[in-house]
Design a protein around this ligand. Sequence first.
Ligand SMILES: C[S@@+](CC[C@H](N)C(=O)[O-])C[C@H]1O[C@@H](n2cnc3c(N)ncnc32)[C@H](O)[C@@H]1O
Length: 312
Amino acid sequence: MVFCSLLNQSTDSGGGELSILRGENRENHTWISANEYLKKKLVPFNKHAKILIDMNDLEQYFRKNDKRLIDKWVHYFDIYDRHFSRFRGREITILEIGVYQGGSLQMWKEYFGAKAKIYGIDINPQCKMLEEENITIFTGSQSDRTFLRNLKQTLPKIDILIDDGGHTMQQQIVSFEELFSHVSDGGVYLCEDLHTSYWLKDGGGHKRAGTFIEYSKNFIDALNAHHSEQKRLQVSDFTSSVDSIHYYDSMLVIEKKKRGKPYTEKTGSPSFPDVQPHRSRISRAAYKLSRNGIKIINQVLRFFRIRSFIWK
Ligand SMILES: C[S@@+](CC[C@H](N)C(=O)[O-])C[C@H]1O[C@@H](n2cnc3c(N)ncnc32)[C@H](O)[C@@H]1O
């Protein structure tokens, strides 16, 4: 469905042009469907109208929401839809850490359909009263390892896990450590509001030890561990179970998929013989050094984490 917005007169500096909104300034708009808009002829179409053609079903739900309160950053909707749409209509298990007023759980229920089982965790015991058909809520803290371990005994494997809880470093890290292994093969682990990794009040700071952002940077190494030549970076469960890692503003999405050692293949026929590219004098001299010699130099440099000796 196409949605239109009615800009407040005071904020409309558009001067009569019909334009397409792609994500910006959405919060200043009142949303109605395009049909409704045209039928009611609320304002001349070419004056205050802006048409949003790229609003996905989740954001449409959010804009029209008159059920329980939802608290989300608006740019998250595109990210959710990109990673979640393949699960729609399927028999899946979803766990969201952070229930708040229950609105997001209702949104997932609507988006994923009647076959989805939705679970929520919140430290606030009042959230329990927000349970309804296909929505089950557990009371406890996401940084309580015992609570999370017991939860794993109760829940089937999770297809989609959304961490929208307290957003402190410890909470995000403990939840990941305890629950990541319980996400199914093919499933998604999503941690949001990572901007707290830069906020003092949550224990954040740029490149500060212990932030979730710094912690998660190690995932990039783990993903590539098959190519490691160092003992301290070995293939781990993470390496063998993760297909891809996606960073967005304030959000990390990890897509799981069992995989083995990667390999290359060649297909097709060559266009010309494989030849050495032209090399400079310095390159040629460097090339004369034995490969083992270069390797030893680079091993020493690597030990001190100094930039490598490049001869190309
Ligand atoms: C940002 S709100 C969740 C918003 C909700 N997902 C939504 O989209 O509407 C954060 C929630 O996390 C809960 N929370 C805070 N610390 C927590 C903890 N240690 N364990 C579990 N939940 C926690 C809060 O009680 C609050 O309800």
